[in-house]
Ligand binder design. Structure first.
Ligand code: 1PR
Length: 543
């Protein structure tokens, strides 16, 4: 197998990138010392997290000069995400740390006045009729970033670069740049389905470098960020000891029959692959019970991730049990260590539930002060905010008057059992088994301050009911934070997805039961949204 060298210099999920490279027929050789760079023919610089952290790590380990020499020698070089940002001179994310300076100019941050930041999801990389490493004007690519190089027409082109752009909330940014031996993508090709694999392959085979900048005829480009549809798999062991995808209503996953067995809706790896092929934009696994009767290193979810990430080239999130814990042999294991095991096995994001609620309570108890010790802070510091999702399991508490409680209350169109016209959403832990004196607004604001990058907003009252999303809850949470929100619980048909996208400002919508029970496919949801004029990404097949 031909090889490509990849820099292994920061903590991050490079597993998916390795899998994608192997899918393209290449093998990864790791660059572990600056001397290894000179032996590389083709070099990939992946990047996650913080610009300053990445660049100072590279500089400290003596990589900058060999990378520049590699580029100057005209050898193939590809930067991904922060690897793209690294080729600029600097970034407002860390003005004190210089970049490689291959391109003159500095990165700035997306304006979050009227939109969620980070920019997460599938967006265009439109090269304006030029050939750029097999980018397609109608394809979509997976981005996750808060900082970007603002596109100014002609500026980079005048320096000989071919540029592809995306647009987010009115801001046009550089999605990819290329010139001769250099390719850099702000999006993650390894997480962009076959559209991304094509770009990676064009780099690996060298075909992209041969044609970059040539005029090409093609269809007109499509718009910007698409509506993100996520398939969620609640996973647990059933009474026979098998790991199954299950789904309950209002968090009860046992059959209503007399034996009350755990509802078995299929095998996790197979279902994940099926939803990927139906066009799911992301797949989320929630380990809804603990598997703590085995050593942490043997957690069955790790194997599920390893298997899934070999064939599913969209972002994978894993949740459940991410907290400081003690292994079966008595060793203390931090939440960060558990997250690291998941990232190394192929996860792109981890989702934290119960532990986030307890951390938020402590945050308010200590007068809104942070000490860097929570799981959210530790994981986001190491892997970037975008890697940390907080999964919220709120439940309605009805009250007769707006000021009947200290909590953030809304007036509801769906009154309570005694006709109460107001409610607040209480956070729960342990899969909804324990309700806490913390409301959903308090929780999401605390975790945003800690560095969470996204909210997965479930709703126990709607879970498994097929009655549609709780739009009032989504409005309340969207009004409270700047980070993206994924609406979850209650989806029963494609119209519910249309409703949540049109009537709220949600950034993504998630379905579970309706997909598992085979009532609708992800593709049917997307076709329906497209028919209604909402932009979606469709599965483009295999490489
Ligand atoms: O607390 O960090 O260990 O994480 C546990 C995770 O497991 C949390 O994210 C929590 O939401 C989840 N969880 C725990 N118990 C259950 C359960 O169902 N008994 N599932 C559970 C949560 C909600 C969503 C579901 C949507 C959409 N299930 O996963 O997919 O409600 O369902 P629908 O479209 O069928 O309505 P920690």
């Amino acid at each position: 197998m031909p090889t490509v060298h990849m820099l292994d210099y920061v903590a991050g999920n490079v597993r998916s990138l390795v899998n994608a490279i192997e899918k393209c027929g290449y093998m990864v050789e790791w660059v572990r010392t600056p001397e290894d760079v000179s032996r590389a023919e083709k070099l990939i610089l992946p990047g996650v997290g913080h610009f300053g952290h990445c660049l100072s790590q590279l500089a400290g380990a003596g990589y900058l000069a060999p990378i520049r020499a590699h580029i100057d020698a005209g050898k193939p070089f590809m930067g991904i995400c922060v690897g793209l940002q690294a080729i600029f001179e600097g970034s407002v994310e860390d003005p004190a740390t210089p970049g490689l300076g291959v391109i003159k100019g500095d990165l700035d941050r997306f304006d979050d006045t009227n939109k969620a930041v980070p920019h997460i999801g599938w967006n265009s990389a439109n090269a304006g009729g030029k050939s750029l490493y097999d980018l397609q004007p109608t394809s979509k690519y997976y981005y996750v970033h808060s900082y970007k190089y603002p596109y100014v027409k002609g500026k980079l082109e005048d320096q000989g670069w071919t540029v592809a752009t995306g647009t987010y909330g009115g801001e046009v940014f550089v999605g990819a740049v290329a010139k001769a031996n250099i390719l850099a993508t702000q999006f993650h090709p390894e997480k962009s389905g076959v559209a991304g694999l094509r770009v990676l392959k064009a780099f690996l085979t060298g075909s992209g470098a041969e044609t970059v900048g040539q005029d090409i005829a093609g269809p007109a480009p499509t718009g910007g960020l698409t509506r993100r549809v996520i398939a969620c798999l609640d996973v647990r062991t059933n009474d026979q000891g098998d790991l199954v995808v299950t789904k309950g209503d209002q968090y009860d996953v046992r059959e209503k029959t007399s034996d009350r067995g755990v509802r078995n809706l299929g095998k996790p790896v197979e279902l994940a692959r099926k939803y990927y092929e139906q066009g799911a934009d992301e797949v989320t696994f929630l380990n809804i019970t603990s598997f703590r009767d085995c050593p942490l290193a043997d957690l069955p979810m790790l194997e599920i991730l390893r298997q899934t990430s070999k064939t599913v080239f969209v972002p994978l999130t894993i949740g459940g049990g991410i907290r400081d814990t003690v292994d079966v042999d008595g060793t203390k294991v931090s939440a960060l260590e558990i997250a690291t095991m998941y990232f190394k096995s192929g996860a792109d994001k981890v989702s934290i539930g119960s532990d986030a609620v307890l951390a938020a309570e402590e945050y308010y108890g200590l007068g809104r002060k942070l000490f860097g010790a929570t799981a959210i802070e530790q994981i986001s510091r190491a892997y970037g905010n975008q890697a940390v999702v907080v999964s919220v399991d709120p439940k309605r508490v009805y009250v007769p008057k707006i000021d009947a409680t200290r909590h953030n209350t809304i007036q509801t169109k769906f009154p309570g059992p005694k006709g109460e016209e107001y409610c607040w959403y209480a956070c729960t832990i342990k899969g909804g088994r324990e309700t806490r004196d913390l409301d959903v607004v308090e929780l999401v604001q605390a975790v945003e301050a800690m560095g969470a990058g996204e909210i997965l907003l479930n709703c126990i009252d709607r879970d498994g009911t097929n009655s549609g999303f709780d739009l009032e809850l989504i409005d309340q949470v969207k009004g409270a934070v700047r980070i993206p929100v994924i609406a979850s619980s209650g989806a029963g048909n494609p119209g519910h997805f249309q409703e949540v996208f049109e009537k709220t400002r949600t950034d993504a919508a998630l379905g579970a039961g309706m997909f598992h029970r085979g009532e609708y496919t992800v593709k049917q949801v997307k076709d329906y949204l497209a028919e209604k004029g909402l932009e979606v990404r469709q599965f483009e097949g295999d490489l």
